[in-house]
Design a binder for this molecule. Structure first.
Ligand code: C2E
Ligand code: MG
Ligand code: MG
Length: 696
């Protein structure tokens, strides 16, 4: 490694180079240097003068200069010969007596020089030999003109004409781009010849002295300019090399920045931006070439819980492990993997057969599971990290859009989560949950309130002991534009997925308050509330506003929360529930026994009433089913909650409820869901009959 050098030091090196003999042989050494230089230019960006030694730089410069001289030799000599021949006119004018000889000599030397050079170029000889030919052409050109000229009888003309000898000197030093040494040797020979001629030319000593000084000055100055030109050429070479390296550096830096902007800093996978670009490429290949592909979304199950339990650092490690494992798996497929957001990854893979996609999706699931990363605190009995996987693949359909495939994969992922997580689901266009029908529903839900397509019906809840109407449950109904009813089992999940449930939920609470509670038509109404609503900041405040605006007190409302599969006991939900309780609203647990989180929910939340799912009552026909119902009743009772059994359809079941001391019942035997108008009418009759009674 050489030391950094200043530009003037380099100039000095260059000067040495021009004056000294080449210490290194061309060929092998030059190749070695070229590859070294290529390494420096191609590798990490650096100052070439720090990276390459002076000798290496000189060799490289010489190589480049030779290439330039090789190119310039032909036009240079042709122009020089042309001018040389044109000077024949001067011969005819100044020395007509010997002009025939000088012109002959000019043509002879000019032709010989050009033929030699062309032959050399054809044989591919080195630039050094081309220079020698040009230098010889200068010397012989001078001699060829000089010899016949000095024999001329026009002595005075000859004495002046001799001055033109300096043109040959200038040609050697300034016109051709010889190496410094060759220029100086050539011009020195010309100088020597000029001196000889000057000695013999018949003129006064003063004239001879002036010419001699002129010749020496001409030699000195042209040689000096030649030196400076060579030095300048070397500097230009260095600047060009530096510029090349800087260009390389800028390109490298640009590439690094681009890489950075496309990489997820945590996992090192491609980020969303990069994967979106890839997706566009895959999509255009599918559109143009018919090359199908799969889009697979992967979501780490209960990752928020993992972060809460083990901390964010462990959370990051978990994501890195998952990313590495998936990336290894994808190597076996023609695919790409990226981090799509928080704990979500995406895989794109070229394949279009359903089975292949299903296999890959399943393999992804198993890969994460096989990592066996501990996740003790999830509430579904699995104590390791798992992932839910949703896959979609290209298929011929009208109006195909790029976003659609991701949307479909997203829906498949939603289904995978709803199916208990740690599983893979493939988008199935025939499944109503994931079909276009659900798309239509999503659109319908957006306009449902405005177009009066949504309504509430109320199902009575009876107090078993007194037989009185204890409360009613508000159940939402949706009709399509043509009046066809859509069952809640279809539209509620869509509303939850799209977020439409937030507006619908607020609308339901307001409607319950205005339709039944404000007019005291019933004492208590229970409203089904989705966990998504509870998770949304400001939900409790919006309920308080509705209560305030309708003049209804909170204790007239009960909110039914279903222990659905999607539910993770979020701290936000707990906070919201306690805020709702402060408003006086009762919290009921709906469909108890159907989800896996029920028991832990019982532990965390003080429910006023627990509604036992109707499936337990309907299974009572068998002794096993009966025992199960009894166990559940005992469990809930021991926890101190009121018990409501859903789905009472027969008198026999009603009898059983009385026998078991159940608090409340609901079901077709008690009453089917009916519109608010029925309760309003009933209350009006009661008021007329018993005007003093305030409530039912
Ligand atoms: P859910 O809250 O458990 O509501 C009870 C469901 O059981 C209702 O079905 C009701 O019609 C039905 N049912 C009542 N008695 C009987 C019976 O004796 N036998 C049988 N076989 N069924 C009975 P529906 O109205 O179809 O509601 C289904 C589910 O949709 C509800 O289950 C609830 O989870 C959801 N849902 C309904 N309205 C709303 C709402 O306004 N908001 C939210 N978030 N969910 C709602
Ligand atoms: Mg309910
Ligand atoms: Mg229920």
């Amino acid at each position: 490694m050489s030391h950094p050098r200043s530009r003037s030091a380099l100039g000095a090196e260059a000067a040495n180079e021009f004056g000294s003999r080449n210490p290194l042989q061309p060929g092998f050494v030059n190749e070695r240097v070229s590859s070294r230089v290529a390494d420096v230019v191609d590798s990490e960006p650096h100052d070439p003068r720090q990276e390459l030694g002076a000798a290496e730089l000189r060799i490289l410069y010489r190589k480049e200069a030779e290439a330039t001289r090789r190119v310039e030799a032909r036009p240079g000599l042709w122009i020089a010969v042309a001018i040389y021949l044109l000077f024949s006119a001067m011969d005819l004018l100044l020395i007509p007596d010997v002009a025939a000889y000088t012109i002959e000599a000019r043509f002879a030397v000019g032709l010989a020089a050009l033929l030699t050079l062309e032959a050399q170029l054809r044989r591919g000889v080195g630039a050094e030999w081309l220079d020698v030919t040009c230098a010889a052409a200068i010397i012989f050109g001078y001699l060829g003109w000089l010899c016949p000229t000095i024999l001329s009888a026009e002595k005075e003309s000859v004495s002046y004409y001799m001055v033109f000898g300096t043109i040959f000197m200038m040609g050697a030093n300034l016109f051709f781009t010889f190496r410094f040494k060759l220029s100086v040797v050539t011009s020195a020979i010309i100088l020597f010849l000029l001196f000889i001629v000057n000695y013999f030319v018949p003129s006064t000593p003063t004239y001879k002295l002036i010419l001699a000084i002129f010749y020496i000055s001409c030699f000195t100055f042209t040689s000096y300019v030649n030196w400076k030109l060579n030095e300048e050429r070397y500097n230009v070479f260095l600047n060009a090399l530096e510029a090349k390296i800087q260009h390389r550096e800028a390109t490298e830096r640009g590439k690094a920045l681009l890489r950075l902007s496309r990489t997820d800093p945590l996992t090192g996978l491609e980020n969303r931006r990069a994967i979106d670009e890839k997706l566009r490429d895959y999509w255009s290949d599918w559109q143009k070439l018919g090359a199908g592909f799969a889009a697979i979304l992967i979501d780490v199950d209960f990752f928020k819980k993992f972060n809460d339990c083990y901390g964010h650092q462990e959370g990051d490690c978990c994501l890195i492990h998952v990313a590495n494992a998936l990336s290894d798996l994808i190597k076996g497929y023609d695919g790409s993997i990226g981090r799509y957001g928080g704990e979500e990854f995406i895989v794109l893979a070229r394949m279009d057969k359903k089975d292949q996609v299903a296999d890959l999706a399943e393999a992804i699931c198993r890969t994460v599971e096989n990592l066996a990363l501990t996740h003790e605190l999830r509430r579904d009995g699995i104590s390791i990290v798992t992932a839910s996987v949703g896959a979609a693949f290209t298929r011929k359909q009208s109006g195909a859009k790029l976003e659609k495939i991701i949307h479909e994969a997203d829906r498949a992922l939603y289904l995978a989560k709803a199916s208990g997580r740690n599983c893979a689901r493939l988008f199935d266009p025939t499944d109503p949950q994931s079909s276009d029908e659900s798309e239509n529903l999503a659109a319908l839900l957006k306009i449902a309130i405005g177009q009066d397509l949504v309504s509430l019906v109320y199902q009575p809840i009876q107090d078993v002991k007194s037989g009185r109407l204890e409360a009613v449950e508000a159940l939402m109904r949706l009709k399509m534009l043509d009046g066809t009813l859509v069952p809640p089992s279809l539209f509620i999940p869509v509303a939850e997925r799209t977020g439409a449930i937030l507006e619908l939920g607020r609308w339901a609470i307001r409607t319950v308050c205005t339709e039944l509670l404000a007019g005291d038509h019933v004492r208590v109404v229970s409203v089904n509330v989705s966990p998504i609503q509870l998770k949304t900041p400001g939900f409790a405040a919006s309920v308080a506003t509705i209560l305030g605006e309708t003049g209804v007190t909170g204790n007239r409302l009960a909110f039914e929360i279903t222990e659905g599969l999607e539910m993770e006991m979020h701290s936000d939900i707990l906070r919201c529930i306690s805020d709702l309780k402060l408003l006086g609203i009762k919290i009921w647990l709906d469909d108890f026994g159907t989800g896996f989180a029920g028991l832990s929910w019982l532990r965390l939340i003080d429910f006023d009433t627990v509604k036992i799912d109707r499936s337990f009552l309907h299974d009572c026909a068998t002794p096993k089913g009966m025992a199960m119902l009894q166990d559940i009743i005992a469990l809930v009772r021991n926890r101190g909650h009121k018990i409501l059994v859903e789905g009472v359809e027969t008198e026999q079941q009603m009898g059983l409820m009385r026998e078991y001391g159940i608090d409340k019942v609901q079901g077709f035997h008690v009453g089917r869901p009916i519109p608010a108008a029925n309760f309003q009418a009933k209350r009006a009759i009661q008021k007329r009959a018993f005007p003093v009674l305030k409530s039912a």
